[in-house]
Design a protein around this ligand. Structure first.
Ligand code: ZN
Length: 552
């Protein structure tokens, strides 16, 4: 990195440089990086952007000699205010409005999490989850831990119950006039006279979303559990007085956020663009830091979205909708690289059904080669590669190109290790062989779910559209081929290839003949060598396909 010029400085190094200057200016002793999330159901891929951003910032801070705390808060005191489509309404309707950590967890089989690729220890974690918030938080933690994120987990309800939030609760309630002014000045929001920034958990029905605090006498708050306060939950009508301390309730979300900063000592927390707009919740929080909680306004990193496109991504059961599923699309280092290589101000627009996945692998490989100094290029890519290493960093080795792996693995006659040895110019070593194996498994996921049709070289389950216009001669040839295959089952692929060639010469000629084989199986005019393709095709499928040709 010695030759790094200002222009080629990686964005994370710039962010950390900014934090360093900010720390000196505000005389901040201990840096504390944090991010938060309400675990109200299966966590979407979009939430990974914040987690990765904060973890990468903490990583670079550590590299540069800072010693930051790095936490992730689950806002499990938040009420359930919507029921995810995959959950059973008859089970969960009665829990609407309760704090998430007080709601029983759904059955593992009915929780909406795709468990097909979960490891045994992950499953065990999910089985151990004590409540609704935990099962979805654990699922999300697995996803971001797999990408090398090392945040310490904080459960908001524990902060409340331990009394750690009491000081901020008192400050917020005592400063209610000032709070109202902040809502008015910053968000242009006029609040009623009897408004307080606190909600209690109704001692009668256990709901929080339905309660309204109408008074505060320095010891207790007066509250009502209103039947019609919100549309998504029904209060029980109970009224009373209760101490607001020690976990009996929580601050309203816009106050809860800066109150956590004040309680935990957070001073670096980025916010998604939706929170960072003028007059938005970030501005509200900042004003409260200055006027109510009297703490330094945390360093902001207003970051952009990650958009996951494609039909499969938006369907409720599609691969890649949830953070868990997204992390299964690539090896962890390549997944982390996606976030390390994109500036936080840039939207990550990721459509797995294009060439986005192979392109990402290419970029990663390029970053690796620049980092290993075997190729010249943009140092920022090399830096992104370095920052995406998890545990032991990858040492210099030959990287089999992902798109070639995906394509060649569909050629039954190709030995992948031999093919890539040819590209490399020498035998693959053990590291390279296991890397190739890993890429084969991810290429399989890509081919099964996302790859564009030009990369699909496997026999189609349904009769291909493209084969519906086979000529009479081609049809005749294919039926002769069927007999040949039946009578010559013992032939080695090389001999079979010759036999097919001979057969074609006596009828419509090799070009048209081989084309008909590919059309029938792949819906394409070309493909892997025919004998190997036929031999590797499922026998039942092959018989069915010849039958379909016969009916044309
Ligand atoms: Zn109630």
């Amino acid at each position: 990195m010695q030759n790094q010029t200002l222009q080629s400085k990686h964005w994370l190094d710039k962010v950390v440089e900014g934090i360093g200057k900010w720390q000196a200016k505000h005389d901040v002793k201990q840096l504390h990086v944090d991010d938060m999330k309400t675990p109200s159901g299966r966590v979407h891929t979009g939430a990974l952007r914040g987690v990765l951003l904060h973890d990468l910032v903490a990583q670079v801070l550590r590299q540069q000699g800072f010693d930051p705390k790095n936490t992730y808060v689950f806002n499990d005191m938040d009420p359930m205010d919507g029921l995810p489509a995959y959950l059973d309404e008859s089970v969960f309707a009665e829990h609407m409005g309760k704090p998430l950590y007080r709601i029983p967890k759904p059955d593992l089989e009915k929780c909406g999490i795709d468990l097909s690729q979960a490891s045994e220890s992950e499953l065990e974690d999910l089985r151990q989850a004590k409540n609704f918030a935990e099962i979805y938080a654990f699922d999300f933690i697995h996803a971001f831990r797999s990408l090398g994120c090392s945040q310490e987990i904080v459960w908001s309800h524990e902060l409340y119950e331990s009394g750690a939030m009491d000081r901020q609760i008192r400050l917020a309630l005592d400063s209610v006039a000032q709070m109202r002014e902040i809502y008015q000045d910053v968000a242009k929001y006029t609040l009623p006279e009897n408004w307080y920034p606190f909600q209690v958990i109704c001692p009668a029905c256990g709901k929080l979303g339905t309660t309204l605090v109408t008074d505060w006498d320095s010891q207790e708050v007066t509250f009502e559990c209103q039947p019609n306060k919100v549309t998504w939950a029904k209060g029980c009508g109970h009224t009373g007085k209760i101490s607001p301390f020690g976990g009996t309730g929580k601050l309203l979300w816009k106050v809860d956020w800066p109150a956590h900063w004040a309680t935990m000592g957070v001073n670096v927390e980025g916010a998604g663009k939706d929170h960072s707009s003028a007059g938005g919740s970030r501005d509200m929080a900042n004003a409260q830091c200055e006027q109510v909680f009297k703490i330094t306004v945390p360093f902001n990193i207003p970051y952009e979205w990650i958009l996951i496109r494609g039909a499969k991504m938006s369907s409720s059961k599609g691969v890649g909708t949830s953070a868990r599923e997204f992390t299964k699309l690539f090896p962890p280092t390549v997944g982390r690289f996606l976030f390390a290589s994109r500036n936080y101000e840039q939207v990550i627009d990721f459509d797995p059904q294009t060439m986005a996945i192979p392109d990402l692998f290419d970029e990663y490989d390029q970053g690796a080669r620049i980092a290993w100094q075997v190729e010249a290029g943009d140092q920022r890519l090399a830096r992104a590669f370095e920052l995406s290493q998890i545990g032991q960093a990858q040492t210099e080795s030959f990287l089999p190109r992902f798109r070639d792996v995906a394509l060649w693995m569909q050629y039954p006659d190709k030995d992948l290790e031999e093919e890539f040895a040819k590209v490399k110019g020498s035998e693959l070593n053990e590291v390279e062989k296991s890397l190739l194996k890993e890429r084969v498994s991810y290429a399989q996921i890509w081919l099964d779910n996302y790859a564009p049709s030009e990369y699909q070289l496997r026999p189609k389950a349904d009769f291909p559209e493209e084969a519906k216009n086979l000529s009479v001669e081609q049809k005749t040839f294919l039926l002769e081929l069927k007999d040949l295959l039946l009578s010559q089952q013992a032939l080695e692929p090389a001999d079979l290839q010759q036999a097919i060639f001979d057969l074609s010469k006596n009828s419509l000629g090799p070009r048209k003949a081989f084309e008909s084989i590919y059309l029938m199986l792949l819906g394409k005019k070309a493909g892997p060598r025919a004998a190997w393709l036929l031999r590797s095709t499922d026998q039942e499928l092959l018989e069915k396909r010849f039958e379909e040709v016969g009916k044309l």
